[in-house]
Design a protein around this ligand. Structure first.
Ligand SMILES: [Zn+2]
Length: 498
């Protein structure tokens, strides 16, 4: 089928979710899921497809978050408590742990109080416009040792979409609650990673972790969260939901009184699609596209790890934003009959849905430093979207999407600007043109160099080997060279490096 492709707006950022009664592994009545022993991972099992459940026997040093959120009646004031077990996975002792307080740089506010490490009060240090909190240890934390950090927090959610595409916002009767709890930063070969994210790129860089989360919210809203719902209660005007999610790189939540839900199960995976009733056709289209994308990417890369995927329509100014197990898509593209910006919303909605679905593999399953190496998630996700069009529509579909990538690169005059730079090194226009346009064309060139067969086996190996880990450009290149038994220096010099 021949199709025309508009240039896609899809900016992207992180996704997980839950909802709807699909109870199974539930804590015994009376037991508090937030008191689950740190070593006990049984609560996460039913949120993972059978082939992925063995991951629960590994990831020994993954952080485990127990979080409680209270969403006020106004839907933009949040209070909460967090208890998190952090394990030193490094080979050196650590004197501190660092948390991000992203609401403070996303147009909102986050305050922290009652901070304790292993039960003892500590005084933290705040930096980076209060988006970074350093929590000192009284004595060094040796490799493989753990500490438990407890704190209370309060978040005020902005009521505008001005900051970072409105990832964290209460607008148009939708609360989009992104990065709204204190998140542990990544410690890697650069040490603790923390910076203020540029407006045009993703906000977070995170390790795979586990989350048990209880949410109290007004009972008239539909709550959609990362992970799988393990318990739901209602008392008076308040609903209480407990979700378990992990491994996952974030915990996301959306609440709206407007949402209606469509659901469909495909094999082990149930997809829920939430949107206001006037956008039912868009919600149905997104659900169908996501189901095809999950099937295509599961065959090409690795199985989709979770038993649920949630799709939510939000007012975000990005085309869509990825979170572990959740895809947020802009509600501005849900009127599938419209083409008022010169591009058919139906075509654009399909493209952004496939793109955000691909991030479940390249961002969540295989992580990367999204600020320093955005090509490892965005360019590879755009390439996966190209593979979606090839799988769904054959050569014409692939050619159509490929010409949209070439069109994007042309926005920077087809300049041979390296694809492997940090977000901050590009102008806003270059970032879209190079990372979303030229970047996926590098993977086409790599496939041409290696042959399709070798490339297919390389990309599967890359995804499976680095699942729940952090990819780097060096790991990607060395795995590619191993597979092709070739030297890719000149190709990487032409496309990737400065
Ligand atoms: Zn993206």
């Amino acid at each position: 089928m021949k199709r025309l492709f508009a240039s896609f707006l899809s900016m992207c950022l992180p996704l997980v979710s839950c909802s709807i009664p699909t109870p199974t592994v539930t804590p015994p009545p009376g037991a508090d899921p937030l008191r689950t022993a740190w070593e006990d991972r049984s609560i996460f099992k039913d949120g993972l497809v059978a082939s992925e459940q063995s991951v629960l026997d590994g990831l020994d040093s993954a952080s485990i978050y127990h979080i409680e959120f209270k969403i006020a009646d106004d839907l933009y004031h949040i209070t909460g408590t967090e208890e998190v077990r952090y394990t030193n996975a490094e080979t050196v002792p650590l004197n501190e742990v660092r948390f991000r307080q992203f609401p403070n740089i996303l147009g909102g506010e986050m305050m922290i109080s009652s901070l304790k490490v292993d039960g003892g009060s500590v005084i933290p240090k705040y930096e980076l416009e209060n988006s970074l909190m350093t929590v000192p240890f009284s004595s060094a934390l040796e490799p493989n040792q753990s500490v438990v950090i407890q704190l209370d927090f309060a978040v005020t959610v902005p009521q505008t979409l001005e900051s970072h595409y409105g990832v964290l916002a209460y607008a148009e009767d939708v609360l989009a609650l992104a990065h709204a709890y204190p998140m542990i930063a990544v410690y890697d070969d650069e040490g603790w990673n923390a910076e203020i994210p540029p407006e045009s790129g993703d906000v977070t860089y995170a390790d795979a972790s586990f989350y048990i989360v209880r949410v109290h919210a007004p009972k008239d809203v539909v709550l959609v969260t990362s992970g799988r719902e393990v318990r739901r209660d209602e008392a008076g005007q308040v609903q209480t939901l407990v979700a378990a999610s992990g491994p996952a790189r974030d915990f996301y939540m959306v609440a709206s009184p407007l949402y209606e839900e469509l659901s469909q199960t495909f094999g082990e995976v149930t997809i829920h699609s939430y949107a206001p009733p006037q956008f039912k056709d868009g919600a149905q289209l997104a659900l169908e596209v996501a189901s095809q994308a999950i099937e295509d990417f599961s065959a090409r890369y690795a199985p989709y790890p979770y038993t649920e995927l949630d799709i939510v329509a939000t007012p975000t100014l990005a085309g869509g934003i990825e979170y572990p197990g959740v895809i947020a898509l802009t509600s501005r593209r849900y009127d599938v009959e419209s083409d008022d910006t010169g591009a058919s919303s139906k075509v654009v909605l399909e493209g952004i849905t496939a793109h955000e679905a691909a991030h479940q593999w390249f961002y969540n399953l295989v992580g990367d430093d999204q600020l320093d190496d955005p090509w490892l998630d965005e360019s590879l996700t755009q390439f996966a979207t190209l593979q979606y069009y090839a799988d769904e529509y054959g050569a014409d579909g692939e050619a159509g999407f490929r010409s949209s990538l070439e069109g994007r690169w042309a926005n920077a005059g087809n300049a041979k600007i390296p694809i492997g730079l940090p977000v901050a090194a590009y102008s806003e226009q270059e970032y879209g043109a190079i990372v979303y346009g030229r970047g996926p064309l590098f993977f086409v060139a790599l496939r041409d160099e290696m042959s399709r067969e070798v490339f297919d086996s390389f990309i599967k190996d890359y995804t499976e080997t680095l699942s729940w880990d952090i990819a780097t450009p060096e790991k990607l290149r060395s795995m590619a060279e191993e597979h092709c038994s070739c030297d890719l220096t000149s190709l990487f010099e032409e496309w990737v490096y400065e």
